[in-house]
Design a protein around this ligand. Structure first.
Ligand code: SF4
Length: 588
């Protein structure tokens, strides 16, 4: 299906397709050497377009905002784990710039159609589909799919357009313009389990009136590689090394972190009141592994073509029916320990219902944590959580109360503990404990987003440096800074960050880009591309009113120590505020 052997050997950059969703017009823009989008892919491209073309004070759900869906500079090549899509816009959740990236089928399929990005402009009152095939691109009515959950929608679209289509879509949460709505992508098995979840980008797609984008496989790939031999000399040993060194991670995947994080005192529990969960083993990677084996589900699943790490999974229920796929640590934290739900099947069902409604599992779980903390729902009450997700799917007033993010609900309930930064719920890493992660949460232009510079236990950004103990400040400003820059680069390549946002890997990236595009980039050139992306994002945020003063946590993270480790957020507000000042300096 993916024609990796069909890549042809000459150099040419791809196209951007721009849509006026109201007039149903389409314009193509070639990316050529010397154009301002040259050598920008995925996050690099989404952030540049947001910066250049969206008024910073625009209403995120209004006509002036744009939704950009872009694949990476290496997407379409056989480079390992390079099949990701970035979705970008001004975020309705943070009111700043947003990029969320996602695996799945469609990124590679767009590249094979010679498309680097889709830009949705304007606003449509009626619900539409965009269909891409070898004949071109067309709009179709999607009114018959109004209110469809992602599972039913994808099943209908596959039936109509073929089993092998790639799909980006929104669920009802996006149609109802909820600020925690996600953009779904179908995985290699066809399930809508992959989500560009953070920042409410599904609501922006909903505001454009686009229910789904369907990509029908092209008969032959239009991806071009300048020097295939050189490209393979770089990418093949890298892929082999990743497959060997990440084998354990492949078997257990991200849920394997649950037990370790609880032992380390950094698993947010009970709306971030505790860092350890006494029932952690019930929702752990080990428990999940047992269930998957017993029920004949699947582990070591790739979420997108070219992935060699294969950290994903397919989870079946007791009767052997599909329950969910891509069941990740962050979903388990947000809807398990954070809500004191200790039954792994219930957490998996929440994951399924979130994917179906098209809502971010992290934002939703953090929102529910605040509701439980305020006494609106009993701790551990999974049945009520299922019902609330049903209300989100229906778009009722109650659903809207829970589907617009943690700050929206927290303000309505006058909550005292709202775990957020820049309006976005904090992910599954207790910031009082994990010091480098606290820096990433506070300073990322994306709000509290762990993926922006994931300083998880054991991760460094270069092998010859010592960044100190996990729970101490020493070295952590530097670690987060480097990880955020290298991650911006991987995001722009369309690469999953599990390949490693490291100084060492920047050389490999430079070599792969040079072989693909006939360029002569050094490692430092590549690093400078990453720095430029972040500068662009910071500049947009500044003009949108999301200044460096907003780099901070709610006061309870500074005033109340974590339990059981007795730690507080320990960087000063000034340190967070001045964090990006060094971005003009060379990175040694
Ligand atoms: S390592 Fe995991 S998240 Fe990354 S591309 Fe592979 S399956 Fe997807």
């Amino acid at each position: 299906m993916y024609f990796l052997n069909n890549v042809i050997n000459y150099s040419k950059i791809m196209r951007i397709a721009r849509f006026n969703v109201e007039k149903e017009s389409i314009e193509y823009e070639e990316i050529t050497k010397g154009s301002k989008f040259y050598l920008l892919g995925a996050r690099g491209l989404t952030s540049q377009i947001v910066h250049d073309e969206i008024p910073p004070l625009a209403d995120p759900l209004g006509e002036e905002n744009k939704l950009i869906i872009a694949n990476g500079l290496l997407t379409g090549s056989p480079f390992p784990n390079s099949g990701r899509t970035s979705v970008g816009a001004k975020s309705p959740l943070t009111n700043g710039i947003k990029e969320a990236n996602v695996g799945g089928r469609p990124a590679m399929m767009l590249a094979f159609h010679d498309i680097r990005a889709l830009v949705l402009e304007g606003k449509s009152a009626s619900l539409k589909l965009i269909v891409i095939d070898d004949e071109g691109i067309k709009f179709e009515s999607a009114e018959i799919y109004k209110g469809f959950g992602n599972y039913e929608l994808h099943s209908n679209l596959r039936e109509k357009y073929g089993e092998n289509v790639g799909i980006y879509s929104i669920g009802p949460a996006g149609e109802f313009l909820m600020k925690a709505a996600s953009v779904a992508a179908n995985d290699l098995e066809g399930y809508p389990s992959r989500h560009a979840a953070r920042g409410g980008l599904g609501a922006v797609m909903g505001s454009k009136g686009i229910k789904a984008i369907v990509i029908i496989p092209t008969k032959s790939s239009k991806v071009k590689l300048h020097d295939i031999k050189k490209f393979r000399e770089i990418s093949k040993p890298f892929a082999k090394n990743l497959a060997e060194t990440k084998r354990n991670f492949s078997i257990y995947g991200t849920p394997n972190m649950v037990r370790g994080m609880s032992v380390l005192g950094g698993l947010p529990t009970k709306n971030f009141r505790m860092g350890s969960f006494d029932k952690a083993m019930e929702i752990s990677g080990e428990r999940l592994h047992e269930l998957v084996i017993a029920r004949k589900g699947r582990k070591q699943v790739s979420c997108s073509p070219t992935c060699v790490i294969k950290c994903s999974n397919i989870i079946l229920d007791e009767d052997g029916n599909h329950l969910t796929s891509s069941f990740e640590y962050e979903t388990i934290f947000a809807n398990g320990s954070n809500l004191l739900i200790d039954n792994i099947d219930n957490v998996a069902k929440i994951d399924h219902l979130c994917d179906d409604a098209g809502i971010d599992t992290i934002e939703f779980g953090v929102t529910m944590g605040v509701a439980m903390d305020c006494g609106e729902v009993a701790w551990g009450d999974a049945e009520t959580v299922f019902k609330i997700l049903g209300e989100i799917k229906k778009g009722s007033d109650k659903g809207k109360l829970y589907g617009n993010g943690v700050c929206y609900l927290g303000e309505k309930l006058n909550a005292k503990r709202i775990p957020q930064v820049k309006g976005q719920g904090i992910s599954g890493y207790e910031p009082r404990v994990f010091k480098a992660m606290s820096v990433t949460f506070a300073t990322s232009p994306m709000g509290a987003d762990h993926t922006a510079g994931a300083a998880i236990a054991g991760r460094t950004s270069r092998s010859d440096k010592d960044y100190g103990e996990l729970t101490e400040n020493e070295g952590k400003l530097e670690l987060s800074y480097e990880l955020q820059i290298y991650t911006a680069i991987l995001d722009s390549m369309g690469c999953c960050y599990f390949i490693g946002p490291s100084f060492e890997n920047m050389n490999i990236i430079a070599g792969a880009v040079n072989a693909m595009y006939d360029t002569n980039l050094s490692r430092i050139d590549v690093i400078n591309i990453g720095k430029k992306i972040i500068q662009t994002e910071l500049e947009f945020n500044e003009k949108a009113g999301l200044t460096q003063d907003s780099n901070d946590f709610p006061s309870f993270f500074r005033e109340t120590p974590s339990n059981p480790l007795d730690l507080k957020v320990s960087f000063t507000k000034e340190e967070f505020k001045n964090f990006w000042k060094r971005i003009e300096e060379p990175l040694e």
